[in-house]
Every structure is written in structure tokens, then in C-alpha cells.
Design a protein around this ligand. Structure first.
Ligand code: CU
Length: 141
């Protein structure tokens, strides 16, 4: 009997330890966190890259001088359509230098950008007026 009781105690300790661990797994500094708490913590954590499906319109928003989302991924040859809106009171710009795309987006307007995803790689996009804070990455696989 004592042995059985010990087993029970150990197994319940394991259960408790797992439960505690499950609740306290730290989120990484650059995002990819767990649970719903990250969804309300705007900009605190970077979400996983947004998949750009060929031919599907995907929204990109410039808000408070940052891109939302700032991480995309797609496949070579995908027909990318970005519906970029600027909700700030200042002019922004979408530049994807590797593809020679550069388009201004006046305040409270939106614009469509279309391009074919290039060869695999990591491509930076940014606002040429606010390069430091307004940049993002497109990963092509
Ligand atoms: Cu800008």
C-alpha cells in the first residue's frame, strides 16, 4: 500500500508540474507566443508570418508608423495582391526595392500592389519616409 500511495503522489506531482509548465511557458521575445494573451498585447510580440496565397487579396496596414502585419511568407511564383491602407495622418510609402516597387500612400487612402513572388529569399519592404520603424519582411520559399 505505501508503494501505491507513493506512486499516486508522484503521478499527481507530475500532473501538477505539467499543468504549471503549460501555463508558464514563456513567449519568445520576437513572438510566436502561446495562448490568447498575445492577441491583445499589440506589438508586444510578433505573430507568425502571414501566408500570401496566390491571387488572394491580403491587407497590409500602416498604423502608427508601423506595418501590420510586418511578416509575410509566400511561394515563388505566387501572384501577390496587397491591399495597403494608410490610416495615419501622414504620408507613407511602400517600397520593395528588390522588385523595384515604390508607391506613395497618402493619408487615409489605400492602394493595390501586385507582383509575382520572386525566387526564394528574404525581402525587405519598408516606407521610404520612415525606414527605421516601418519595415517588414517577405519570405519567399
Ligand atoms: Cu511612412
Amino acid at each position: 500500500m505505501p508503494r501505491r500511495r507513493l506512486l499516486l503522489t508522484v503521478s499527481s506531482l507530475v500532473v501538477v508540474a505539467l499543468a504549471v509548465a503549460g501555463c508558464t511557458i514563456p513567449t519568445t521575445k520576437d513572438g510566436g507566443g502561446y495562448g490568447p494573451s498575445n492577441q491583445t498585447a499589440r506589438k508586444a510580440a510578433q505573430p507568425a508570418p502571414v501566408e500570401l496565397r496566390s491571387g488572394a487579396k491580403q491587407k497590409l496596414k500602416s498604423s502608427e508608423a508601423s506595418w501590420e502585419p510586418a511578416l509575410y511568407q509566400t511561394a515563388t511564383g505566387a501572384k501577390v495582391v496587397l491591399d495597403i491602407s494608410n490610416v495615419d495622418p501622414t504620408q507613407h510609402n511602400f517600397t520593395l526595392g528588390d522588385l523595384e516597387i515604390s508607391k506613395n500612400i497618402p493619408p487615409d487612402t489605400s492602394t493595390l500592389i501586385r507582383f509575382t513572388a520572386p525566387q526564394p529569399g528574404r525581402y525587405r519592404f519598408y516606407c521610404k519616409y520612415h525606414q527605421q520603424e516601418m519595415q517588414g519582411w517577405l519570405t519567399v520559399k
